[in-house]
Design a protein around this ligand. Sequence first.
Ligand SMILES: Cc1ncc(C[n+]2csc(CCOP(=O)(O)OP(=O)(O)O)c2C)c(N)n1
Ligand code: SF4
Length: 263
Amino acid sequence: MSEETRGVVKEKVTGRPDIFTKEWFADYLWDLFCPGCQTPVLARIVAEALEELGIGDKAIMVGCVGCGGILIGGFDLDRVSPAHGRGPDVATAIKRIYPDTVVFTVQGDGDCIAIGASSFIGALTRAEKITIIMANNTNFGTTGGQLGPTTIIGQVTTTSPQGRNPSEEGYPVHTAEMAATFKGVAYSARGALITPADYQRTKGYIKTAFQRQLDNVGTSFVEVITACPTNWHLTPVQSLAWIRDNVIPEFPLGEFRNVTHIE
Ligand SMILES: Cc1ncc(C[n+]2csc(CCOP(=O)(O)OP(=O)(O)O)c2C)c(N)n1
Ligand code: SF4
């Protein structure tokens, strides 16, 4: 019996986002990231958010130096790779020259809030109408798992072999909460990608962040906790449990600022 006779309606419920470049998705994605890495998952929700808002044709991506920098090859958009940490500066320049575009960065925590802290804070201070997306994997992943600004207390890294000790290395930075204190920030949130519900919620945060940019309100920021199983020396499944039990208690999920206009 043909499908037509049985009345079967085939509706596409999922698939590769059209914004992903085909070659990258088919040939590189699986080779470039470690097993269980959630950086490509973050890429996917960004691509889905752009498609669902229908803004793929005016989006410009600013990449980073770090594992997230690999993503620059994956988006069929106008894209720029800045020097380490300078994403918000480059995004600022593009947005000011082309105000009708939607400009976003995708950065690691080291890129965004360590070497790039001045760029990041400068953009928030100036209320740049850009969207900054930061993957928080609690370490410098690309370079071998060194302690970073988001490393949690007690976490073993290659430069904190006894675990992060506040009396030596200080405390983790709460970037989303900090961003929310800037008057020029329209939106600041932190999401995770452990469960399908997290996935949907975090995608919602990214869509709201883009919407605040579309409405020209102020800077929008989303921090996304992502697994780095290789440097955590955990399996992919153990990594998700570790995020739930150790990372989220330090970095609570949710929206920290969400305003539709700034006086
Ligand atoms: C100016 C400069 N300093 C240092 C480096 C080396 N470097 C490359 S990636 C990286 C760390 C990136 O960490 P993060 O931003 O947290 O991203 P992740 O790799 O964890 O995704 C560093 C220090 C560099 N490429 N350029
Ligand atoms: S080092 Fe970590 S962040 Fe980088 S690709 Fe591997 S798992 Fe992902």
